[in-house]
Ligand binder design. Sequence first.
Ligand code: MTE
Ligand code: CO
Length: 392
Amino acid sequence: MIAQDADPAITNLQPWMQQLGEGVDARPYGHPSEYEAHVVRRNVEWLTADPVSSVNFTPLHELDGIITPNGLCFERHHSGIAEVDPAEHRVMINGLVETPLVFTMADLMRFPRVNRVHFLECAANSGMEWAGAQLNGCQFTHGMIHNVQYTGVPLRLLLEEAGVRTDGKWLLAEGADAAAMTRSIPMEKALDDCLVAFKMNGEALRPEQGYPVRLVVPGWEGNMWVKWLRRLEVGDQPWEHREETSKYTDLLDNGKARKFTWEMDAKSVITNPSPQAPITHGKGPLVITGIAWSGRGTIPRVDVTTDGGMTWNAARMSGPSFNKSMHRFYYEMDWDGSPLLLQSRAMDSTGYVQPTKDMLRKVRGENSIYHNNGIQTWSVNENGEAENVEIS
Ligand code: MTE
Ligand code: CO
């Protein structure tokens, strides 16, 4: 950072200083600089047999702050991306209601709407790490998450319009994709903070995220956030569909399976440095940063260790702290070039503290995939290269 003699980046006349740039209408819809072309969602090819029922991952190590840009939100589809014509799309409410209703998109726009920032985390995020360190990068270990500002109509208003009967205790949400994704949602949650959302970060939902309309189920596992939402059926009991029996349940050591584990527990990860984002500047000032979130509230505190958990330091939170939203933390240090064992540990507004992976396996056994919120470790060597390891 000390000024050098004759730095060509200063003394040379760069090409962009010698010619006019493109005019205002050259880019009617803006895209990132060509130098950011590596900042993309990525797939792990061996993970699934076919990309139509698969997942790609948010490049968390390239992002900062708390908002995920629309084009970088991870995608999880069970039968590919439905390309829905909004003029031909309807949202229907049927079942145990006074008046079954059908809404066009224009109808939905005539209800009062709200704006809220929430994370969506797939229950399978970090699932591949359950048996030990496996994937080398926070994009792959933790990238089944995005955090977006949604604009939508409170689900409560639509249900009130239809008039839920007193025996209506559950809601079935169904998608218009070929998977016809369906999940049972308890009525208390539906009436509490769920949204029928049509905008993300101010613009229309992307087709990948459920255009023209998706369900937002704050703090609860991503699978319930039905995309391309077409039907809401009110019933008196859960439907026990595939995605809440065979999938999205956790087989414990005693042979019993946990089900309806909807809330996402508090979790955090250091995004920089990390395997895809090594330290390249050598010794001296180092900014360690990462994200934390909880399905039960806010994150007032994150601790960071650089010595594998022997000493913990309170990180500095920066940016808005919304309920059931991503939080950003920083820990600045002077790096002497010696190896580091980096971990972060989130505490949420209920006082719950993120557990180690050992603690999790003690309670949940070895068979789980979903709901792995254990503490992540990156081992950083003298060259600044980071690797996924497990020490606790
Ligand atoms: N909704 C429909 N209709 N079809 C789907 O395949 N996938 C679910 C959920 N909603 C899915 C769906 C799963 S498992 C997750 S984790 C989230 O959508 C992913 O949302 P995203 O693609 O916006 O990241
Ligand atoms: Co999912």
